[in-house]
Design a protein around this ligand. Sequence first.
Ligand SMILES: NC(=O)C1=CN([C@@H]2O[C@H](COP(=O)(O)OP(=O)(O)OC[C@H]3O[C@@H](n4cnc5c(N)ncnc54)[C@H](OP(=O)(O)O)[C@@H]3O)[C@@H](O)[C@H]2O)C=CC1
Ligand SMILES: CC[C@](O)(C(C)=O)C(=O)O
Ligand SMILES: [Mg+2]
Ligand SMILES: [Mg+2]
Length: 337
Amino acid sequence: MTAEVFYDDNADLSIIQGKKVAVLGYGSQGHAHALSLRDSGVDVVIGLPEGSKSREKAQEQGLRVETPADASAWADVTMVLAPDTAQRKLYAEAIEPNLTAGKALFFGHGLNIRYGFITPPANVDVAMVAPKGPGHLVRRQYVDGKGVPVLVAVEQDATGEAFPLTLSYAKAIGGLRAGGIKTTFKEETETDLFGEQAVLCGGASALVQTGFEVLTEAGYAPEIAYFECLHELKLIVDLMYEGGIARMRYSVSDTAEYGDYSRGPRVIDGRVKEEMKRILSEVQSGEFAREWIAEDDNGRPNFTKWRQEGAAHPIEETGRKLRGMMSWVDRPITETA
Ligand SMILES: NC(=O)C1=CN([C@@H]2O[C@H](COP(=O)(O)OP(=O)(O)OC[C@H]3O[C@@H](n4cnc5c(N)ncnc54)[C@H](OP(=O)(O)O)[C@@H]3O)[C@@H](O)[C@H]2O)C=CC1
Ligand SMILES: CC[C@](O)(C(C)=O)C(=O)O
Ligand SMILES: [Mg+2]
Ligand SMILES: [Mg+2]
């Protein structure tokens, strides 16, 4: 089935400009949505718990900060951009008591709705604007006059106006400059979780680290292994981004292209595909979501251990040293793009 794609001309910015919007959370996505909404002429308030370390950042950037409950009580539209693991409690304590009929509850990712951790009342709109990119780049692209594509979905249309409102919000954060694809909470959640686990974050990190390990364990210089397996990957992916895999293959040597066809499928082989299918099944059944919420409820023991191990991988030290010599590479990820 062909996806329906919406661009700036298909959305009316004045709809969201006429609403009071609470953005709960001021991290990667929260700061990007809030600053771009504000720059698009929308009345925005940030909702953060007392003592949150994000409060100072939001205030420094000229935004009004309230508690999540006060921000939700004030708002017509509440966008939930707290961590997925915090949303269940945040909803029960601060949002639900203030979610009166006709208001709208927005999400940047569908996990809590898809797996039933949050069930809003029937008399409110429930919708999603989910950027297909990291929040810091969502803001950077908006500032640069570009945009990161978004997925837009309406789970519940109590007012009959939920979809135009969703498109209007998506336009205000720059998403419709690149395109907004209409989808469902189910499709966004399942494809997003699969993509980040198997390809974008999990698959890519494991591929890079393993390539680096194979070269350094064979005695090659870590600096060469870093350039070969990590730094140059961005340049290769840039070509795919601009013109597809065919454009990348046009630009690399015939030798590289022959190695690509003859060796690539030996690395990403049938076993890898079978494992990807198992990962997708765990996403679809809710097994992954239940495991992750339980890990968080339990104080994140595995997450913390794996984060420490990842940060201690030799590729990180090599990269830090080399990036220090490339002023244009280590562009800091800041809250102002
Ligand atoms: N990261 C990304 O680029 C993407 C994220 N998403 C989705 O966006 C949502 C937000 O993720 P992300 O931006 O990564 O989150 P981050 O971890 O970057 O930021 C979370 C923010 O929420 C605040 N926070 C923590 N607890 C609460 C609470 N109880 N009430 C209100 N605010 C709270 C944090 O404050 P403090 O400083 O105190 O910790 C921080 O400001 C998730 O649903 C995620 O799946 C979707 C697309 C991409
Ligand atoms: C790829 C990871 C992501 O899904 C994203 C930036 O789109 C996330 O959850 O952060
Ligand atoms: Mg994503
Ligand atoms: Mg995600």
